[in-house]
Write a protein that binds this ligand. Sequence first.
Ligand code: ADP
Ligand code: MG
Length: 246
Amino acid sequence: MSHIHIDIRKKTYPARDGSGEHLAIRDLHFELAAGEFVCLVGPSGCGKTTLLNLIAGLDRHFEGSIRADEGAATLRIAYMFQNPRLLPWRTVRENIQLALPKGEGREWVDHLLEVMGLTASQNQYPQRLSLGMSRRVALVRAFAIRPSLLLMDEPLVSVDAPTARRIRQLLVRVWQERPHSVLFVTHDLREAIALADRLIFLSAPPTALLHEVTVDIPRGEREDETAVEAFRRRLIGEHQQIRDLL
Ligand code: ADP
Ligand code: MG
C-alpha cells in the first residue's frame, strides 16, 4: 500500500453567472498514509465534494497532482457518494455485484453482506429498503472492490443517530479487517473524532487548510461518547478557528 500525495494548486469552475471563473480550491496540500483513516471537516461550500471528485479522477480539470508512491495506476479507488445511487431495477445483490468483474468476489460479498446484516435482504429491490439499509448496501458495494482508497462524501447525512452509529461501527470493523486508506468528509465534528486517526480542517472559501490533528483516543474507547466529547471540547477550546468553523 502506498502513501497518497494530494497537491491541488488551483481548481476553478466557470462562474454560474457566466462572468469568468469561480475559485473553488487554491493551494491545498496533504498526504494520506497507507491504511490511514482521515476525516476532512469543513463548512458547506468549501470544496470537499470538489476535492473528492478530483482525487477520484471524475474531474481532471485542475492544476496540481494526485500521486501515489507506487503510481496512481496501483490505486484502487471506491467512492461512496452522499446519495446511495442504487439502480432501482436491480436487486441489492446485483447492485453490489455490478461493481465487480462478472462472477468475481462472491465469497467476499457474502461476508460483507453478513457483517452489514443484509444477507436476508440481498434479493430485495432498493425501493423496499430504509435509508440506513441503502447506505449499508452502498458501503458493501464500495468495499466489494477491495479498495486501497475509500472516499466517502458525508455518507451518513440524514440517517438517524442510532443507525449512523451502527453504520460507523461496521465501517471501522471492515476497515480494521482489511486495512486501506479512507478519506471521509463530514461536517459533524463528533462523527469525525469517533472515526479518524487524523482530522484535517478546511476553512470557508477561499479554502485553506486550517489545522490538522491526530486523534489519540484508543479505538476501543471510541464508542464512549464522553471520551469523544472531551476530545471535542479540548479541540474547540484550544482552536478558535475550529470553533468559528462549526
Ligand atoms: P462542499 O462539498 O464543501 O459543500 P463543493 O465542492 O460542492 O463544496 O463546492 C465548492 C464550491 O464550488 C461552491 O462554491 C460551489 O458552489 C462551487 N461549485 C461546485 N460545483 C460546481 C459546478 N459544477 N459549477 C460551478 N460551481 C461549482
Ligand atoms: Mg459536498
